[in-house]
Design a protein around this ligand. Structure first.
Ligand code: SAM
Length: 276
């Protein structure tokens, strides 16, 4: 019988943040694919688990994905873990998941810690709708495009940042974000966990020599947002075009108009059947 691929979330700092299901899974699989085997070995030692480990990281993802599939097809159950948090999220794993699904292999997520969710829930910034961008690109053109997206974002934006790049990223933000609020979440679940909130100017004054791990939560751009009572004076077409200009797709627009007008999606949908 074909084995199963388990994607197991592991702690992002505090070793107690591991679920019972994650522990049971690590105990029961035949093999563990780890981003850094030495790092995962420390976790396994802490949990008193002894299992064969092999490396699966960014630089061997292509070749090792096929190795994992071969082992799964032989009937081995395999857990995939990254150094911290949820595999696949700004971490290796996507390739092997795709390949496993193509081979009709069952992929089972074992949820647990994820740095950006941990940061978002305690940030006090709107968590109803958000973009997670991972790390900003280094390539200048791609980076400028992402910065432009963040500037115009009508939803909360979340990024990961390395300590040695934090100041230059905050400087980039100071050119585009004006007075928008940013929460810098540092060393989550660890001894020096800290949330610093402010405009880029305030943050640049407060954060002088960044150390540790960081998540940045950026408030949405509210300058183009229309207040609820202003929709009353708009025609349905204007209402539709407004959301379209903010980049929403038809289905999302219909949902939003229905909410603004406190009516059913179906009623609005019938009026916009022909819209793209
Ligand atoms: N897969 C991980 C997850 O589920 O969050 C993310 C891995 S990514 C390679 C590593 C980045 O996540 C770090 O550079 C930092 O931005 C963020 N991160 C991870 N652990 C963190 C922590 N304890 N506190 C703050 N940020 C953290």
């Amino acid at each position: 019988m074909t084995g199963k691929l388990y994607l197991v979330a592991t702690p992002i700092g505090n070793l107690e943040d591991i679920t019972l299901r994650a522990i049971k899974t690590l105990e029961n699989v035949d093999l563990i694919a780890a981003e850094d085997t030495r790092h995962t070995l420390k976790l396994l030692n802490h949990l008193n688990i002894s299992k064969p480990l092999f490396s699966y990281h960014r630089h061997n993802e292509e070749t090792k994905s096929q190795y994992i599939i071969d082992k799964l097809l032989e009937g081995k159950n395999i857990a995939l873990v990254s150094d911290a948090g949820t595999p696949v999220i700004s971490d290796p794993g996507e390739e092997v998941v795709k390949l496993a699904l193509e081979n009709n292999i069952t992929v089972i997520p074992i949820p647990g810690p994820c740095a950006f969710i941990t940061a978002l829930i305690a940030s006090g910034i709107d968590a109803k709708e958000f973009y997670f961008l991972g790390f900003l690109p280094l390539n200048k053109k791609n980076r400028l495009e992402k910065l432009e997206e963040i500037k115009n974002a009508t939803r909360t934006t979340i990024i990961y940042e390395a300590p040695h790049k934090l100041i230059s990223t905050l400087k980039d933000f100071s050119n585009i974000l004006e007075n928008r609020k940013i929460v810098v979440a540092k060393e989550l679940t660890k001894i020096h966990e800290n949330f610093i909130c402010g405009t880029t100017e305030e943050l640049l004054k407060n954060i002088t020599s960044p150390k540790g791990e960081y998540v940045l939560i950026i408030e949405k751009n509210k300058s183009n947002l229309i207040e609820n009572n202003e929709f009353e004076n708009m025609s349905l077409d204007e209402h539709y075009e407004y959301y379209k200009s903010l980049g929403f797709a038809k289905n999302e627009i219909i949902k939003k108009i229905a909410k603004d007008k406190k009516t059913s999606k179906n009623e609005i949908y019938m009026k916009f059947l022909d819209k793209k």
